[in-house]
Design a protein around this ligand. Structure first.
Ligand code: CU
Length: 189
């Protein structure tokens, strides 16, 4: 008789249980207690002097008998006058006002009156690089009757000079690139 012997091997299963780590990863973020900041000095902003803005006094004295001319330049690169007429033999006071808001390095304007026979394009070209001189270079002084400084939005400048001999003269803004749009006739009669 054959005996079938069944040996049952029992497998020992060893199960290693890993201790379940508690989610106790304590946050060790030990933030340093915020140091007490020394009290910021009270912003002792000096009360702005309520200096009433004095009415923009013209930079020059205007003779009583002067012919007064007001002309405006705009952010649209334009003068509001294309012609200025003045009588001969009298002083002239021209006030250039910048009616726009752009600063003078972006949309600056001046007003330059050229002597008779001076080529406007040549003058404007010579003036282009003369930023430090208000775009009226000393090298061109002999070609100019009168010129304002360069102004930006909200500013103004007044010049006083004697009207030259009767005739037609050119005026322009000599800020680079402006004279094609900003020019006109200064007529003395
Ligand atoms: Cu201009």
């Amino acid at each position: 008789m054959k005996k079938f012997h069944f040996a049952v091997a029992s497998m020992a299963l060893s199960v290693a249980f890993t201790g379940c780590k508690g989610g106790d990863e304590s946050k060790k973020a030990e933030r340093p207690a915020p140091k007490q900041l020394g009290q910021a000095p009270a912003a002792a902003a000096p009360a702005p002097a309520l200096a009433a803005k004095p009415a923009p006094a013209p930079s020059v004295a205007i003779p009583a008998n002067a012919t007064k001319i007001d002309i405006e330049g705009t952010d649209m690169m334009k003068f509001n006058l294309s012609e200025i007429k003045v009588p001969a033999g009298k002083p002239v006071a021209i006030t250039l006002k910048h009616a726009g808001k752009q600063p003078k390095n972006i949309m600056g304007h001046n007003l330059v009156i050229l002597k008779a026979g001076v080529d406007m394009a040549a003058f404007a070209t010579a003036a282009m690089g003369a930023q430090s001189e208000g775009y009226v270079p000393k090298s061109q002084a002999d070609n100019v009757i009168a010129a304002t400084k360069v102004i930006g939005g909200g500013e103004s400048d007044t010049i006083v000079f004697d009207a030259p001999a009767a005739g037609e003269y050119d005026f322009l803004c000599s800020f680079p690139g402006h004279y094609a749009m900003m020019k006109g006739k200064f007529i003395v009669e």
